[in-house]
Design a protein around this ligand. Sequence first.
Ligand SMILES: [Zn+2]
Length: 494
Amino acid sequence: MQLFKEHELKVTNSLSGKKEVFKPIKEGYVGMYVCGPTVYSNVHLGNCRTFMSFDMIFRYFKHLGYKVRYVRNITDAGHLENDADEGEDKIAKKAKLEQIEPMEVVQRYTVDFHETIKKLNLLPPSIEPTATGHIIEQIEIIKEILDKGFAYVVNGSVYFDVVTFNESNDYGKLSGRKLEDMIANTRELTAQGEKKNPQDFALWKKAEPQHIMRWPSPWGDGFPGWHLECTAMSTKYLGENFDIHGGGMDLKFPHHECEIAQAEARCGQTPVNYWLHANMLTLNGKKMSKSTGNNIYPSEMFSGENDILSKPFSPSVVRFFMMQAHYTSILDLSNDALLASEKGYTKLMEAMGSLDGLNGGNNSDFEVMAWKANCYAAMNDDFNTPILIAHLFEAVKHINLIKEGKEQLIKKDLELLKATMNSFVYDVLGLIDSAANQDDSASLEGVVQLLINLRNQARENKDFATSDTIRDELLALGIQLKDGKDGTTFSIVS
Ligand SMILES: [Zn+2]
């Protein structure tokens, strides 16, 4: 269904600082790039919030009937400490510390990232490219930027010439900075080193002998600058001009500003029509930081193994909690806030559970069409999930009244209510009924135990044909039985 034809969607474009009507480059299609994680440690809860915000946006575009190509990269090289041009590569540093290969670091934390976001029910992107898989593309872009005169080579490194670029373009337009101010503020403070100007940034860095992640290039062995990979991967898969680029607010400068400069220097046109930025997550009113201990990992929230929260919280509750805030607002995580979200989530899921059992009545006490329009209006206003959730709770109130026999809806309205609730709760917000999943696993356990008992009976009766059949058929379904001295146990093997 091409719902997008009936809906005018507005998004906050960081480039203008305003809400703008979203018009895709090609009708019916959306190209969206989001800066992915640097895989050198377990994924941060704040990053999970950013990726969840764009997952919700991805889901809403899909719900509206757009064909979306969603590219979210993995940064597995080139990201130096403090997001700077000097210092150690974050991944290489971790590899040295743990005495393993950099690619082992990448593998370990990519797996952690995928497992965590799967628990939070994020959909996989259409393409998930890696920086190290696009070294050739990055070298080609550097050559083009050099040819256009916006970069220079010094001692095996290549730097982007921000001053020259700013003569014909506007460096700082995304983050609202002026190059003259930046120069005035840094001239006295920073040693320039190889750069013509402290604002210049590395496109390619010469690898010192001790640097382990290195590739050959026309300028000698080295590695690409961090900003370049996103220009290479976004334009390769989405074109030189695409619809949406997203990321965390902290990436606006310098990362996204540099991406714009690289792409404009190379192609002479602006790469992105709408820049969307998700805001940060704080913990008990303060910035999350590993060094101060004001930090919690997703797995610690799910398991309850932490000193910050009073109990474990399921990934579904965490997702609901995050959806209760607008993606451009700062969200503060606290025990009380999570407890309140858990209550709300349970109430919503109980109502979803009773929806199917409701029967149509003779007249309608609730204007479902108008309510549905409000739900869309909330989402069309820059993906306003907190307002959407308020509307969903309006419906919960009516669902409970209908259940108690105090209100009724004619069958047609009831069907519309069910379909709309299902779309927004499950498809758009991406919530899962975790209690229903638990019920499933409890009943699976019951069924397998029943079969184990039948098999034991068969063995007692020396009916080995039946007992073997039960064991083999279960194995074919991915359930392995193990006979031990304390009886038979089972594990799920696929
Ligand atoms: Zn990026």
